[in-house]
Design a protein around this ligand. Structure first.
Ligand SMILES: C[S@@+](CC[C@H](N)C(=O)[O-])C[C@H]1O[C@@H](n2cnc3c(N)ncnc32)[C@H](O)[C@@H]1O
Length: 238
């Protein structure tokens, strides 16, 4: 379907979206990025339609503070900030992607948006009300699907990052919202329930409904991947 869409006229394809969410709208949006970053988009950055839906699920009150964990060049934050009155922060450990995100925010004249260069391990979760994750740590588990060789990757880091995020999300108040796109949702502690899904179950809204119990989470991570996602890691599209 992707090839058919791209070979047809741009006008005719304007409102068409393929089943995985990547569309001609994304090809237009991604022009804001340098070519090297743009070419990674269909695999690693959230499609515009998905970002719009995720933003609506997360921003339930004006000025709500949303953290994108592993924001890449900021595509989710940029789309979400332009469509809602939430305040968006992205944290990203690759400096080149942070620079692209900041430049794009300037080019789009967006305020209420910021990009932090750093590791999620150093972020104060207390400063945020809601969270977005598009498979931030999955690269550690799939040596074939890498953005670049700029950062250390390993299954041990996957486990460290996932356990940290899970524990941090566990500390948030009841009612906290988290949206995940694709993946196995290993970073979502079991005190959160999946309340709704979109995009063939790839986009999930999770809400904290119970108190966090660290012992239960340790058991889950110690045994295996949770497999709570329906689709898991996407193969790269051509
Ligand atoms: C699949 S991309 C998603 C990008 C963005 N959230 C989006 O939806 O368009 C995951 C990003 O997480 C970043 N990342 C991975 N581990 C990280 C960590 N420990 N701290 C900060 N960023 C991290 C990667 O560099 C990558 O840019």
């Amino acid at each position: 379907m992707m090839n058919t869409m791209r070979s047809g006229s741009a006008q005719a394809c304007e409102d068409i979206q393929d089943p995985e969410g990547f569309s001609i709208e994304d090809e237009k949006f991604d022009l804001i990025y340098p070519a090297q970053i743009r070419k990674l988009s269909s695999i690693f950055w959230t499609p515009v339609a998905v970002a719009a839906a995720a933003a609506k699920l997360l921003v339930t009150a004006p000025s709500l503070r949303v953290l994108d964990i592993g924001c890449g060049p900021g595509k989710f934050c940029l789309v979400a900030s332009s469509l809602t009155d939430g305040r968006f922060t992205g944290v990203e450990q690759r400096s080149e992607l942070v620079a692209a995100a900041r430049q794009a925010a300037t080019d789009l004249h967006l305020s209420d948006i910021e990009f932090l260069h750093g590791n999620v391990m150093d972020v104060a979760f207390a400063e945020y009300d809601a969270f977005y994750l598009f498979n931030p740590f999955e690269e550690n588990m799939h040596s074939g699907y890498k953005i670049d060789g700029a950062i250390p990757l390993s299954p041990a880091l996957f486990k460290t990052y996932t356990a940290h995020v899970s524990t941090q999300l566990g500390t948030k108040p009841l009612g906290t919202r988290v949206v995940t796109y694709a993946g196995y949702a290993d970073d979502i502690p079991s005190c959160y329930d999946c309340e709704s899904t979109l995009f063939s179950d790839d986009l999930k809204l999770w809400i904290k409904n119970r108190e966090f119990e660290l012992d239960i989470e340790r058991l889950k991570l110690g045994v295996s991947r949770s497999h709570r996602g329906t689709n898991g890691w996407h193969r790269p599209r051509n």
